[in-house]
Design a protein around this ligand. Structure first.
Ligand code: PGA
Length: 248
């Protein structure tokens, strides 16, 4: 069985002080949880401080983005080596907000995953269709394109997939558990057809996950966890999601 995996994507929220406050409150709430892998992804500026507080805890530290070059004249970018030295072991790549506002293509996402993997960073790869694409019945076609482009020439070692329908992100409109499971099943089949080791890849659902809908989502066989934005910003809310993710 795949171990449930719950990740917090804080996006552009929290200063260093707010990060420390969150972690100090959150760690005691989840200290005894061993049945769920837990990750927090603060903004870059908070990573080093978070890493100090998370040391020898059961919470993994991740970043929200990375550049695909190892070093050089790329003003404002952050390399995989910098993430490692800040204490990260994982990075979120290809979030729909990166694709939408920062023009990240599948080709860029693919290059970023390659560089992350070369540096032994684990990856949460985000994919998902927009509302228009769903209404035009193009969900599977979009997933196909994103998976093929993002995972070109790559193995599945160290990869988690986050299925995040864009219309459900930050809107309060969660996909139904059936919709999530249907998309996850499609992704699983795609991975089986095209790569080795598909059955051990965890597929998280993302999009308006909250303490009161996580249990129902996790009751679906292909939902292995969640990538959580808004509801991960408060310690008790995120702890509620982690607890609710323990498979019954
Ligand atoms: P949300 O964001 O939980 O606020 O909908 C999810 C995400 O963007 O990863």
């Amino acid at each position: 069985m795949r171990k449930p995996y719950i990740a917090a994507n804080w996006k552009m929220h929290k200063t260093i002080e707010e990060t420390e406050e969150f972690i100090n409150a959150f760690l005691p709430m989840v200290r005894d949880i061993t049945d769920v892998d837990i990750l927090v992804a603060p903004p870059f500026t908070s990573l080093a401080a978070a890493s100090r507080l998370l040391k020898s805890s059961n919470v993994i530290l991740g970043a929200q983005n990375v550049y695909y070059e190892e070093k050089g004249a790329y003003t404002g970018e952050v390399s995989p080596g910098m993430l490692l030295s800040a204490g990260c072991s994982c990075v979120i790549i290809g979030h729909s907000e990166r694709r939408q506002y920062f023009s990240e293509t599948d080709e860029i996402v693919n290059k970023k995953i390659k560089t992350a993997m070369n540096n032994n960073l684990e990856v949460i790869l985000c994919i998902g269709e927009s509302l228009d694409e769903r209404e035009e019945n193009r969900t599977f076609e979009i997933l196909d394109t994103q998976l093929a482009g993002s995972l070109r020439d790559l193995s599945l070692e160290g990869i988690t997939i986050a299925y995040e329908p864009v219309w459900a992100i930050g809107t309060g409109k969660t996909a139904t558990k059936e919709q999530a499971n249907e998309a996850h099943t499609y992704i699983r089949e795609w991975l089986r057809k095209n790569k080795d080791g598909a059955d051990s890849v965890r597929i998280q659902y993302g999009g308006s996950v909250k303490p009161d809908n996580i249990e129902s989502l996790m009751s679906e066989p292909e939902v292995d966890g969640a990538l959580v934005g808004g509801a991960s910003l408060k310690p008790d809310s995120f702890a509620g999601i982690v607890t609710g993710a323990i498979k019954k």
